[in-house]
Design a protein around this ligand. Structure first.
Ligand code: ADP
Ligand code: TZD
Length: 585
């Protein structure tokens, strides 16, 4: 129960008692905070201003951790990944119109990636917005948010705050997780009501993400298919990592003996060094497999939509898909055995149905994969052993790989093009949910937001491997990292531009080419500017040492890793998606 006080008194930090004989009161500010706390939400990622400045202040005063950012998009990405890591909706708090819009990219990205998040934005007065009379930061935010997220709600009355927050939480985490928008008009915050009635109006959400147990028929159908398969394959996606059914998933893979491929953020669900990992023979297994079981992975562009050259001869595959979203089935190709349910339950049911007589996959299949793997790994080892000057992506990532191997509990954040693609294949992960990256959209700008939230939510060291372009999208948040003294080590792969730094302006004009940055930029000085550690690394030994120092000390660190500006390729590994001019002039 909170006694009503004026915001200005809270600003002084002196709570006032209710006058004797008067009923204790509460208000919109306190009800929002109480509703979040009641539901176990302890952290807010945001950026203060009218009308939510006091909400942020009061939340901190009431014991919540309030992490203020320099731009709402980064706060939004932080909230989204907090949701992914904890299975509780991450909360992002913004001001109206422009602040809301800045947060919206992250909300849409969270929805696309199936991360549970709630964007709470203050908004202007309904009466003025609806008549378009030109209020301060006027915008019909609810209407704008609605098509970009899983659900959107507005609360107009203090007594409905409990319901609004409860609905937002349920919508974010139940079924397929996603982003929810909660619109809180300025007038709501100062609405006053009896404190006891207020407390009674709040809802502690019971079983917010209920288990969805699949039918035995559906799991039986899938297991029958797998049993008959000559070349079975399991693909683990970030839905499997999100589900936190790590032991069951590992048991399923190991008991069936089926080779598996981890999608990017599912790396580490089983250690990448696991003998059944087929990651080093990816093209081979995608082309050759006859039965593929997808667990928490969509057949979207990242898997070439389940068809085309990548997947071998037409009609050569049968798919099993385990997903909480029934509507996901058949979205790209026919799913022969859909299993609709939550991954924890689905995998547990399958484990219970696998008898002692389960036959391991045919040895010629696993042997063929092992041979390809060995060949590819040997080739990669030879490449990684080289140490050119300046560094290229491979030699720098060999150093990163060694540091992560020594600290498997560290969380790796990764964005860029070449920096992303090479890191994904070179840096082995050993534990679940330790690799966070650009996800389904391949969005740049997640870097510092993800890094901040990963550190705040887990307390573990964070290593952010950033292309220099990618880093620029959220680079100002190095101040946030320093301000909260977070154990984040940012490594900027500095090759002077987007993809590479070698383009030239063909006209001879002094403007550089559109993909080129200032050459030799000192990103390390940015971290130093705010009291952190800044280092320049020109070779793998320097890079490794600086990373080890950062991880050991826990001090905010930025390592400016100098990479050959001719290394890498346009668009990394997805150059095929990049249209080229048909007519050369
Ligand atoms: P990736 O990018 O790693 O391939 P996707 O984001 O495409 O993974 O797929 C994740 C899938 O996981 C989504 O279709 C989502 O509905 C599903 N999912 C998320 N959480 C669960 C869960 N707890 N149980 C079952 N499916 C889930
Ligand atoms: N804007 C947003 C929000 N997301 C994007 N994905 C892009 C632009 C386009 N883009 C990519 O897809 S990767 C990339 C951009 C701008 C940056 C690549 O350069 P880098 O990485 O320096 O970060 P590499 O490792 O040098 O290739």
């Amino acid at each position: 129960m909170t006694v009503l006080d004026s915001p200005s008194k809270f600003a002084t930090g002196i709570p006032a008692a209710a006058p004797i004989g008067e009923a204790a009161l509460t208000d919109g500010f306190h009800l929002v905070i109480d509703a979040l706390k009641l539901n176990g939400i302890t952290n807010i990622y945001g950026l203060p201003g009218i009308p939510i400045t006091d909400l942020a202040r009061l939340a901190q005063a009431e014991g919540m951790r309030v992490i203020s950012f320099r731009h709402e998009q980064n706060a939004g990405h932080a909230a989204a990944i907090a949701g992914y890591l904890t299975q509780k909706p991450g909360v992002c708090l913004t001001v109206s119109a422009p602040g809301f819009l800045n947060g919206l990219t992250a909300l849409a990205n969270a929805t696309t990636n199936c991360f549970p998040m709630i964007l709470i934005s203050g908004s202007s007065e309904r009466e003025i917005v609806d008549l378009q009379q030109g209020d301060y930061e006027e915008m019909d935010q609810l209407a704008i948010a609605r098509p970009l997220c899983k659900a959107a709600f507005r609360v107009l009355h203090a007594e409905d705050i409990g319901v609004g927050v409860a609905r937002a939480i349920r919508a974010a985490v139940s079924g397929r997780p996603g982003g929810v928008y909660l619109d809180l008009p300025a007038k709501l915050f100062s609405q006053v009501m009896d404190a006891e009635a207020g407390a009674r109006s709040l809802i502690k959400v019971v079983d917010p993400a209920p288990r969805q147990i699949p039918s035995l028929e559906s799991t039986g159908r899938a297991l029958d298919l797998l049993k008959k398969a000559k070349r079975p394959l399991i693909i683990l996606g970030k839905g499997a990592a999100y589900a936190q059914a790590d032991a069951e998933i590992r048991a399923l893979v190991e008991q069936t003996g089926i080779p598996y491929l981890p999608m990017s953020m599912a790396k580490g669900l089983l250690p990448d060094t696991h003998p059944q990992s087929a990651a080093a023979a990816r093209s081979y297994v995608l082309e050759q497999a006859d039965v593929v079981m997808l667990i928490g992975a969509r057949l979207n562009w990242l898997l070439s939509h389940g068809k085309g050259k990548t997947w071998g001869a037409r009609g050569s595959k049968q798919f099993i898909q385990v997903d909480i979203s029934a509507a996901e089935m058949d979205s790209n190709v026919a799913i022969a055995a859909p299993i609709v349910g939550d991954i924890g339950s689905a995998v547990a049911v399958m484990l219970s149905q696998i008898g002692a007589d389960w036959r391991q996959p045919p040895a010629d299949w696993t042997r063929a994969i092992a041979e390809r793997k060995d060949k590819n790994l040997a080739k990669m080892a030879a490449t990684l052993a080289k140490s050119p000057t300046p560094m290229n992506f491979h030699s720098a990532l060999a150093a990163v790989r060694d540091v992560v191997k020594a600290r498997p509990d560290a969380i790796v954040v990764n964005e860029g093009a070449n920096t992303l693609d090479y890191a994904r294949s070179i840096v082995d992960m050993y534990e679940p949910r330790k690799r966070l990256d650009v996800g389904t959209w391949g969005v740049m700008g997640i870097g510092m937001g993800f890094a901040v939230a990963a550190a705040v939510e887990t307390g573990k060291p964070v290593i952010a491997i950033e292309g220099d372009s990618a880093f620029g999208f959220s680079g100002m948040e190095v101040e946030t990292i320093c301000r909260y003294r977070l154990p984040v080590c940012v490594v900027v792969f500095n090759n002077n531009g987007v993809y590479r730094g070698t383009d030239v302006n063909p006209t001879g004009h002094s403007d550089v080419a559109p993909t080129v940055f200032v050459k030799g930029a000192r990103y390390d000085a940015m971290m130093k500017a705010f009291g952190g550690v800044g280092v320049v690394a020109t070779n793998p030994a320097e890079l490794k040492q600086a990373m080890e120092d950062a991880v050991t000390s826990g001090k905010p660190t930025l390592i400016n890793a100098i990479i050959d500006e001719t290394a890498g390729t346009e668009s990394g590994r997805i150059g095929n998606l990049n249209p080229q001019a048909a007519i050369k002039k």
